[in-house]
Design a binder for this molecule. Structure first.
Ligand code: ADP
Length: 476
């Protein structure tokens, strides 16, 4: 099949979170299965070029009507992992801002990108069997395509919706009626438009699919989702096991695997020494996360306190786009200054996190909601046992050891409060202290579990097939 992905991220070249990881992992798997996979992303000035084996500006250019003007776009092609990634560079300078997100005009940057991608499809005469779009940034594609190509829209996180005023539509030459939103014609919602106008909608875990149909998790779109639930599917994310591989990770000073945990032990020593943690046999707990309310900020803070109370050590690698939250964590960092059992790195650290996944014993993921979550899957692969709140994709991937002694791979709790977190964390720390053999048995089990895309890509292919043969209209 021929699949065209259009997205705002592609790891590791343009990554701000899990979305980028999914683009890499799913595309690489589909490519390896022999399908033609094209990927379109913006040409940000902050691309991590060192990952691209080739990057050339093609002679091809095309125009996009925007705000009543014609803007010329250049097209670049880069190669990563056998995939050709196409980068769209508008003359307007929308993507020369030093960062992927966080600009006041993000709505215009990404709606422009969506329109340019629709123009690119026409200008190049592309006829993929299916176009897969990702989150609000590319949700408007079905309204902009001139060709009749089925669109599968992926909801990676329903919280971010691209809500805006109608004048943003004017820039694109669209009208409110095109969106067909009967609820509030003055308030435009890109995510909602994607749900309504795409031929199929996929969320990134089966549990999140069920959750977002409820008022509690629906982020104001539960009614719309219920109306369209026949075309709503839940496909669990995988991880790219070639990129995330402790047996072959170029960032790690040593390689290791389930049959050689000594390497992991030595990486832990290395991490502790380099980051200035005190010596001695202590459990090392980590959190690697965007610091936003979704991720359970009070419980992240609590997990640091509890780990210290129980004689462990903690490493937080987290960055926040919210100034008040960034400030709160800066204060916490100051508070722990001089404490040799805590390290706080308050930035996005592409390379460092590989090492932290490798060197830690446990990771805490106490999310309020979690569409899928990739950190717990990466941690499993690196033999770092997850302690998670049972919600969304965390509920689909982490099984509590006390409940499932033979198959469990971590520790889970239900309520979003300190006693529930403490109970799960305490059980993890207890096992670590009381039985190192027991702990290592579970570590080996976690590392042997298969969370690769090979298990999940087939589910997408099945949907692509139905869309391409128009059977999708049975869903709608
Ligand atoms: P989300 O997409 O909601 O941020 P996920 O768990 O799906 O959460 O994916 C997060 C991805 O971003 C993982 O690959 C994780 O390793 C990475 N990540 C999160 N925070 C940081 C950070 N501060 N530095 C580097 N990588 C990070």
């Amino acid at each position: 099949m021929h699949i065209l992905h259009i997205a705002s991220e592609f790891a590791p070249v343009a990554k701000a979170g899990g979305l980028g990881d999914v683009l890499l992992g799913l595309s690489r798997e589909l490519h390896q299965l022999g399908h033609r996979v094209d990927v379109l992303v913006p040409k940000y000035d902050c691309l991590r070029m060192r990952f691209l084996s080739e990057m050339v500006k093609t002679p091809f250019t095309f125009e996009t009507d925007y705000k009543g003007r014609k803007i010329v776009n250049s097209v670049w092609e880069g190669k990563y992992a056998g995939l050709t990634v196409t980068f769209i560079e508008p003359k307007e300078g929308f993507f020369e801002r030093g960062d992927i997100y966080g600009q006041v005009d993000d709505i215009d940057r990404f709606s422009y990108f969506s329109k340019a991608c629709a123009d690119y499809v026409s200008a190049k005469g592309l006829r993929p069997d299916v176009i897969q779009t990702h989150d609000w940034q590319t949700a408007m594609i079905p309204l902009m395509l001139k060709e009749k190509i089925p669109v599968l829209f992926t909801i990676h996180n329903l919280h971010y919706q691209g809500r805006c005023d109608r004048y943003h539509l004017d820039y694109l030459g669209l009208k409110c009626e095109d969106i067909g939103d009967p609820v509030d014609a003055r308030l435009i919602n890109f995510m909602k438009a994607g749900i309504v106008h795409s031929q199929a909608v996929v969320t990134v875990s089966p549990t999140y699919r069920e959750e977002i149909l409820t008022k509690e998790f629906g982020e104001g779109l539960d009614e719309t989702l219920r109306q369209h639930q026949k075309k709503l599917f839940g496909v669990l994310n995988g991880i790219d096991v070639t990129y995330w591989d402790p047996g072959n990770d170029p960032v790690l000073p040593l390689k290791y695997g389930a049959d050689n945990l000594d390497g992991k032990r030595r990486i832990k020593e290395d991490v502790k020494k380099t980051l200035g943690l005190s010596e001695g046999e202590k459990p090392l707990v980590c959190s690697i996360t965007r610091l936003v309310p979704q991720k359970g900020i009070p419980l992240i803070i609590r997990s640091i306190e509890r780990t210290l109370e129980k004689g462990g050590q903690f490493i937080l690698v987290g960055s926040s786009p919210i100034p008040e939250v960034a400030e709160e964590f800066q204060k916490l960092k100051d508070f722990y200054k001089g404490n040799q059992d805590v390290v706080m790195v308050l930035s996005f650290e592409h390379d460092l996190v590989h090492w932290i996944y490798g060197g830690s014993d446990m990771i805490v993921v106490p999310s309020e909601f979690e569409p899928c979550g990739l950190t717990q899957l990466i941690a499993l692969r690196y033999g770092t046992l997850p302690i998670v709140r049972r919600t969304g994709g965390l509920a689909d991937t982490i099984f509590d050891l006390d409940k499932y002694p033979e198959t469990g791979n971590g520790f889970a709790f239900d309520q979003s409060n300190a006693p529930s977190l403490d109970f799960a964390l305490d059980r993890a720390l207890q096992l670590w202290h009381n039985s190192r053999d027991g702990w290592n048995t579970v570590v080996r089990r976690a590392m042997s579990q298969d969370h690769s895309w090979s298990n999940q890509a087939g589910k997408y292919l099945d949907l692509y097939q139905k869309l391409a043969t128009k059977k999708i209209y049975e869903f709608a």
